[in-house]
Design a protein around this ligand. Structure first.
Ligand SMILES: [Zn+2]
Length: 260
């Protein structure tokens, strides 16, 4: 199966990840916060939008759904019942959805919101994870209607994917997240290199995404809560943590990032 994956830019820094089947010219979009850039892309490439998948209820992820349904009346909406759209297929953890015969597993990765899901799509044995606002390259989502415990569990779950899994977050926050990461781990060479690359790409308008989980394990402090260098970096900011309880390190990092 040849499925291409393309980011459509929306708002300032959102990516609407688009699955494209070149054989039949059909497309699926994930989290269309805006309709116009999607409709334009479909027209420009003579694609038919057949399905919309949502990860969570925030406006910058669902804002374009209704308008896209008007442009493409046959579009099938896949969403959790709490995502604020009129879904045709209701999803929950453990379920799956199909992309032209390829299966995407639905994972509950709450924390940013209480009903946030990720889509783990398997294309010929390679996993592609659309993780919305749960995990960003080198960072993590803020806690809104979920809890820090849920977010921590979601990170542990995502970290259990194969190392070569490609991660597709919904925002271009990479460079800023790396600057935060370096404030915790100033000697992390992988982070320094990633920041130089991210700054170059961002200046050229090129997405820094997707990223592999293997890369994230080196540069994302929220996946590195057991590393002595991260614990020391958090403690150096006068945050008290229990190094035997990684959740306390994770929560301290989230609090530091909120004020970064
Ligand atoms: Zn959000």
């Amino acid at each position: 199966m040849s499925i291409q994956i393309h980011p459509i830019k929306a708002f300032n820094d959102n990516y609407i990840w688009t699955l494209i089947n070149k054989n039949n010219k059909q497309a699926i979009v994930i989290d269309p916060g805006q309709a116009e850039p999607v409709a334009e892309y479909m027209q420009e490439h003579s694609l038919e939008l057949t399905s919309i998948w949502t990860t969570h209820h925030h406006h910058d992820h669902i804002g374009g759904v209704m308008e896209l349904q008007e442009y493409f009346p046959m579009t099938h909406i896949v969403a959790h019942s709490e995502h604020g759209v009129e879904e045709d297929q209701t999803i929950k953890d453990g379920g799956s959805v199909s992309a032209w015969g390829c299966s995407a597993q639905i994972w509950d990765v709450s924390g940013h919101t209480a009903t946030h899901v990720a889509y783990v799509l398997d294309i010929d044995g390679q996993k592609h994870c659309f993780c919305g606002d749960t995990l960003f390259s080198a960072g993590c989502g803020r806690v809104f209607t979920g809890t820090i415990e849920q977010l921590y569990d979601s990170f542990k779950r995502l970290n259990g994917l194969p190392a070569d899994t490609l991660l597709y977050p919904a925002h271009e926050y990479t460079a800023n997240n790396l600057r935060f990461g370096l404030s915790i781990e100033p000697d992390n060479v992988a982070m320094q290199q990633a920041l130089a690359q991210a700054e170059e790409k961002t200046a050229a308008g090129i997405p820094t995404l997707p990223v592999t989980l293997a890369h994230e394990r080196e540069v994302n402090v929220f996946l590195r809560v057991n590393e002595p260098s991260v614990i020391a970096g958090v403690e150096a900011k006068n945050m008290s943590v229990d190094s035997d309880k990684p959740l306390t390190v994770f929560a301290a990092l989230r609090e530091l990032k909120d004020n970064f």
